[in-house]
Design a protein around this ligand. Sequence first.
Ligand SMILES: *Cc1c(COP(=O)(O)O)cnc(C)c1O
Length: 345
Amino acid sequence: MNVDNLIRDNIKKMKPYSSARDEFKKRTSDFIFLDANENPNESGVNRYPDPQQFELKALLAKQNDVAIDSILLGNGSDEILDLILRVFCKPGFDEIISLPPTYGMYNVLANTNDISVREIPLLPNFQPDVATIIKASNANTKILFLCSPNNPTGNCFDVQLIEELLNTFRGVIVIDEAYIDFAIDKSWLKRLREFPNLIITQTLSKAYGLAGIRLGIAYASKEIIAILNKIKPPYNINQLTQLKAIEQLAEIERFTKQLKLLLNEKTIMIAELGQIDFIEKIYPSDANFLLVKVDDAPKRYSQLLDNGIVVRNRTNQILCENCLRISIGTSNENRILIKTLKTLS
Ligand SMILES: *Cc1c(COP(=O)(O)O)cnc(C)c1O
């Protein structure tokens, strides 16, 4: 399949903004930089950051065994999702497919860009309805968003189903892997080269514990990355974020240890929540949260809130009637949650 045909004409034709740092990349102290209207007084951040985030991408490339030009970084994955929509979808004309119940940003970003959304609910087992997706798509259906592990259901989509979609869907497929580090299933990154229409998004906001720095990552063919790069804001990843990400990505041991602790806490939580009589079901989870079905979600939600505990009420989402989504906290936080749940009547 030829992804080039899916790109909007105006994006293909446009000339990108060329920043001072793009035009003159080399930054040694031998030079006097009078090209970017910066304040010359050293503050640690008085210069514009590297617009291509070379050092950070090089580290990600090495850790994940991908080429640097297969990586795009965003101010959170939300910025990346927005860039993807704007590259492929013509406002008022093209459409995307999302599979509710899922991450709300796909629809919000599509709505913002005047791109219509075809919603094809997951099957009751929370897996994609492949036949209906394929039947529903046409030449204007440019993007299919697959969130795996899915938020809020917590499960990974079956490998065979995703594979079938990758082989038959005629647009771009975005696999949102925000929670992949918590899953047993492997990232699709290893198979990126097999599928020219695949974009994988990941984030440092969840397992890496860096939600505050806003760093999202897209992996795709170098053709797709180049076109996304063309329209991204020039300095979209600030200097502090680049430095913090480089520092934290190097701390693999800390990451592994925290991940293990969180997964262990999840196991404990599943056992403990199973003892609460108004919890009717705990769905299997490949993420750092649990979707639980209770007797009366709005009631339990506000009871928890009265006790100073905030969870997410997902009862209004399709297939999630009376469901709460509970993030795995520290062991102390989790213990307080369980203790509180036991006092509720
Ligand atoms: C949390 C989350 C993200 C993260 O978005 P960032 O902008 O990178 O913080 C992306 N996708 C899903 C499904 C999420 O739940």
